[in-house]
Design a protein around this ligand. Structure first.
Ligand code: PLP
Length: 364
């Protein structure tokens, strides 16, 4: 083993990041304070979405999306099978069924044809949502998906794609997450992703009411807006004419999925360098493209997108090289280079194989 191990991804922390977190440590707020809101405002502005809702992880964010969209038992969500477990788990958390879609073998993305094929396997009328995944930092063709998905709820799993751009329905290139052809998008700020907050996630949407719902589910389902109170008479004390500042209601159970000020300070500081991080990843990728030899083929860049290159994926002809995936990974590891399989198709997981519900089982 060489001394320095190169993992497949890691954070890049500088002195500004450390100073930003230290400032919060010296202040009053360690939990949800003003830095969370500052991070959300900056994030939404950077992406070009109306609202950003920060949360404790990408997985929590996906769960919040499923909750706020009102998905539940009897509903079907279409999810590409090549993704991280969390994309499909979000549907299962709320009791919805998952129908897995195949992906394009060249890009790993779910295209329109794979979406339609999966939807055709679901019971008539049951499909309520689709969670397209911008795998590796590439983008699903969102305008085309919106066209065939009609009024279905579309939430982009953009965990890999912060800093990437793709085509909007207008034909112009826009940042991933501007939600020009979706209802919402979710980013992870786990430390291997484009920017790091340790663990963390950020949801974006242009729908003000939906953003408010996400915020409520993130924070125990607490309702503090007097306009929404179901018992406004309990909110107003005798002799007062406005709702009391201490009053809140709960209409649906929520979670504690909050990001804190320490994490948000790091996120805010990292966000300022997002463009540099993306450029650096593009330089690495260009280098791989130039240097990788025969039988090791970089995946195709999907049309209509400028990838953020969260992961640089290669397709290896193991037969031609008379080797196996594990042997290649072991040899790379012995030279100090970390690799990973992204991903084992989720429908192959025992949980889904063992599932008795008919729509969970897929034909591939
Ligand atoms: C495609 C995808 N979706 C969801 C997640 C979950 O994000 P988190 O690790 O922040 O919970 C990940 C994390 O790796 C991911 O790669």
């Amino acid at each position: 083993m060489t001394k320095t191990f190169l993992p497949y991804g890691r954070q890049f922390i500088d002195e500004d990041d450390i100073a930003a977190v230290t400032d919060v440590l010296r202040g009053d707020w360690l939990t949800t304070g003003p830095t969370v809101e500052a991070f959300e405002v900056a994030f939404a502005a950077k992406i070009g979405a109306k609202h950003a809702v920060a949360c404790s992880s990408g997985t929590a964010g996906l769960h919040l999306l499923a909750l706020a969209a009102g998905l539940g038992p009897g509903d079907v969500v279409i999810v590409p099978t090549v993704t991280f477990l969390a994309t499909a788990s979000a549907a299962r958390y709320v009791g919805a069924e998952v129908v897995f879609a195949d992906v394009d073998p060249e890009t790993g993305l779910m295209g329109v044809s794979q979406f339609l094929e999966a939807a055709a396997r679901a019971p008539a009328g049951a499909v309520k949502a689709v969670f397209p995944v911008h795998l590796n930092g590439h983008s699903v063709d969102m305008p085309a998906l919106r066209q065939v998905a009609g009024a279905l709820f579309i939430a982009e799993d953009a965990c890999h794609a912060l800093g990437g751009r793709h085509k909007a329905p207008s034909g112009t290139m826009v940042p991933v997450g501007s939600c020009s052809a979706s209802d919402a998008a979710m980013f992870s700020t786990h430390s291997v992703k484009a920017i790091a907050t340790g663990e963390g996630g950020v949801l974006v949407t242009n729908d003000t009411g939906f953003a408010a719902r996400l915020g409520r589910f993130r924070n125990h389902g607490m309702v503090r807006d007097p306009a929404l109170f179901q018992h406004p008479e309990l909110a107003v004390e005798p002799g007062e004419d406005a709702a009391a500042p201490w009053y809140y209601e709960m209409h649906e159970p929520g979670y504690n999925y909050r990001l804190n000020d320490l994490q948000s300070a790091l996120g805010l500081s990292q966000l300022r360098r997002l463009d540099d991080f993306v450029q650096q990843r593009r330089r690495f990728r260009d280098r791989y493209d130039r240097l990788l030899g025969p039988h090791v083929r970089p995946i195709q860049v999907a049309e209509g997108c400028e990838p953020a290159w969260h992961l640089s994926v290669v397709l290896i002809d193991f037969a031609a090289l008379a080797t196996t995936r594990s042997a290649v990974m072991r040899q790379l590891r012995d030279r100090g280079i970390g690799t990973q399989v992204h991903y084992i198709p989720v429908h192959k997981q025992p949980y889904y194989r063992n599932c008795k519900a008919p729509v969970l089982c897929t034909t591939f």
